[in-house]
Design a protein around this ligand. Structure first.
Ligand code: ZN
Length: 373
């Protein structure tokens, strides 16, 4: 067992692993990383180490990120672009589906393979995209082939990896929020579900869709703040020297805008006739811009809203040009009033939700503190 996973004793780790496997069996089971390609394996191991580092760090963070308790995270052996948070026997779990990792890296690689995107990085003119690889996205489930799609230029390949890695960190923070902000408990009381599956496999009512969209925005807020602070720390600390000349808010915004588009694309591709469980990318992104203004405070650049707008436009332009806007597409600037109205309506309708969440969080936290002593 890796040192990073030292929040568990050996026997505990195996118990958690077994419980995880039992619950996710219906989706494909726990991914056995021993059987996969060596590059994929080392990438997944690094992600897990980082996730466990975040869990350990969160133990020293203020609420609502603490207490996290003993949280187990692992991959699910499924080609679907999905993630799950659940509780079993008073233990908490997060599962990231292999298809989510594959699809996210795949599209970030394609994005940086465009000669028109972030031309200040590497030799952008060397890049070209095989249109076929983009068309495939509409028909093929994610698989291991993303490893072969790396941008030609080494610097651009690295930047694609950094941006995708941040998207994976955000996704994980978002799942943590579903647990720590008591969304799971809320679903248990409201719709009798013990799992928070990002993209359910069955249809849901319009009422439940609205409730889920409100929870999604809440999870984005919690994940967004921590994710942005960590991203800026990495940039300022020199972890990503290739990105040091660009505004960190802009690169952070690109990473999130592309992630929201990818998830939305997959949701609509796989379950086109269901009520959407997540707000559209423009609404999720607008919420990040809002929260950036009111909540993230001193961590901001003076012109953060402008940098975020620029980020979303870069992603939009590439998305449209690549022919990925097959499903309903709203850009950041187009119908901006409609986007703000939708966001306001979700936010203003969630006052009651937030007060239930506060109570449920208190119940959860008390239980975890009791278990710690
Ligand atoms: Zn979610």
């Amino acid at each position: 067992m890796k040192a990073e996973r030292s929040i568990f004793s050996d026997s505990e780790y195996h118990e958690f692993e077994n419980s995880f496997n039992t619950v996710v069996m219906q989706y494909g089971g726990r991914l056995n990383r021993e059987n996969i390609h060596v590059f994929t394996k080392s990438g997944l191991n690094e992600l897990l180490d980082y996730y466990y580092w975040l869990i350990r760090s969160a133990q020293y963070a203020p609420e609502p990120y603490n207490p996290t308790g003993k949280l187990y995270v692992d991959f699910v052996d499924s080609p679907r672009c999905n993630a799950i948070a659940f509780e079993k026997d008073n233990r908490e779990f997060i599962g990231i589906f292999l298809g989510a990792v594959a699809r996210i890296y795949h599209i970030f690689y394609l994005f940086m393979s465009s000669p028109k995107v972030l031309i200040e990085i590497g030799e952008a003119f060397e890049e070209s995209v095989d249109k076929k690889r983009i068309i495939e996205l509409h028909t093929k489930d994610p698989d291991g082939s993303w490893q072969a799609l790396r941008p030609k230029n080494e610097s651009r390949f690295r930047v694609a990896q950094h941006l995708a890695w941040n998207a994976m960190a955000f996704l994980f923070g978002h799942e943590i929020a579903h647990i720590c902000r008591a969304h799971l408990k809320y679903l248990e009381t409201e719709i009798d579900s013990t799992e928070y599956l990002e993209y359910p496999f069955t249809a849901i009512s319009p009422q439940v869709a609205t409730q889920l969209q409100q929870l999604e925005l809440d999870a984005d807020t919690a994940a967004g703040e921590v994710n942005m602070i960590l991203w800026r720390q990495h940039i300022q600390g020199g972890t990503f020297p290739l990105l040091s000349e660009i505004s960190p808010i802009k690169t952070w915004g690109i990473s999130l805008a592309l992630l929201f588009r990818i998830l939305d694309f997959e949701e609509k591709r796989v379950r086109p006739h269901y009520h959407q469980t997540h707000p559209i990318p423009a609404v999720r992104f607008m919420q990040i811009v809002y929260e950036g203004t009111s909540e993230f405070g001193e961590n901001l650049e003076a012109n953060h809203a402008q940098s975020l707008g620029e980020a979303f436009r870069i992603v939009d332009a590439w998305w449209k040009e690549s022919g990925l806007a097959t499903y309903s597409f709203r850009s950041f600037d187009e119908d901006i009033e409609k986007t703000i109205d939708e966001l306001d309506s979700l936010r203003s309708g969630s006052k009651e939700l937030h007060s239930s969440l506060r109570n449920l969080t208190e119940v959860r936290n008390k239980k975890i503190r009791k278990n710690k002593v």
